[in-house]
Design a protein around this ligand. Sequence first.
Ligand code: 2P0
Length: 352
Amino acid sequence: NCGSVEKATFSWSAPSNIALVKYWGKKETGDQIPANPSISFTLSNCKTITSLNVSAKQNPSDDFSFDLLFEGKPKEDFKPKIQKFLERIEGYCPYLKSYHLEIDTQNTFPHSSGIASSASGMAALAVNIMSLEKMLKPEISKDYFNQKASFLARLGSGSACRSVHGKVVIWGKHQDTTESSDLFGVEFSEVHENFKNYQDTILLVDKGEKQVSSTVGHNLMHNHPYASQRFDQAQYNLTAIKQILSQGDLERFVELVESEALTLHAMMMTSMPYFILMKPNTLEIINKIWRFRNETQVPVCFTLDAGANVHVLYPESVKEKVLQFIQNELVVYCQNGQYICDQIGNGSQLIM
Ligand code: 2P0
């Protein structure tokens, strides 16, 4: 029941996301199964735009055939990651080897900004591949399309499965419910209006290449002395944050989100080998945020990714006050004074 397509071009954008309860550690099954459930805000402005050009091979071979362009220029050093991704998804997308693929990708955020592009990049590629699948099998439903896109994205990079949908996404089996899955992200929709257009201002503290990749960091959770307590805590925190998000409890949100960020980095510091991704300016910013919050009662908090940059999270209603504070007190800790204003967004979008 498979149609055939000689040539086609698709184009999608997919955003980055920022985890509130963090994914850190995977099962040893080798297929990107998280050791604990996570939940994230999908972002809006920080995104990857990818087009996929497919043309049927004249002489089908048993190899993948693809070109990779980054901002219009060939990018050889990304190719092994894409090759590995295609190999991982081959069994689910057997049609891929019948085509030569031209993947043309760009990010809206500056490269080497320390903002991970693997989540947005792998999500954008996955939805494009699903567009090809949809063209071959027009009967597939929208739900199937989205779920499989997230499933494929996960095989590229775990956190990427949370970038297909908006606005709040859970990935990983949660003890409380049968609704979430280890295999793909699902939207969490019971979100109070206090979180509507929630803001994320990303302070670029260090734009350099980080010393330890996330994939290596995840693997250090095997044999980690605190692993099982951490995985239990994430289960518990997910239960708590679902309630917080649905009740609009900003005070408890601040507490849980900051605790998760510091726990993530505590896991890094207590791995063997141990490592630190925060920089002195990361801590300066955290302390300034604490002081500002104490003095003003504005419910602003920070979270961290696997890096030194600080994500400043706050409700839209206090945007002006917080941006003023960032300008006055935090910009001095950013590399070249750079920061990016973002907010909660809707997930991947079809461009063409
Ligand atoms: C997260 N991070 O939940 C956590 C918190 C970074 C800190 O998922 O090996 O790029 O490709 O599955 O998804 C970053 O790790 O790692 C990450 P792989 P990924 O967002």
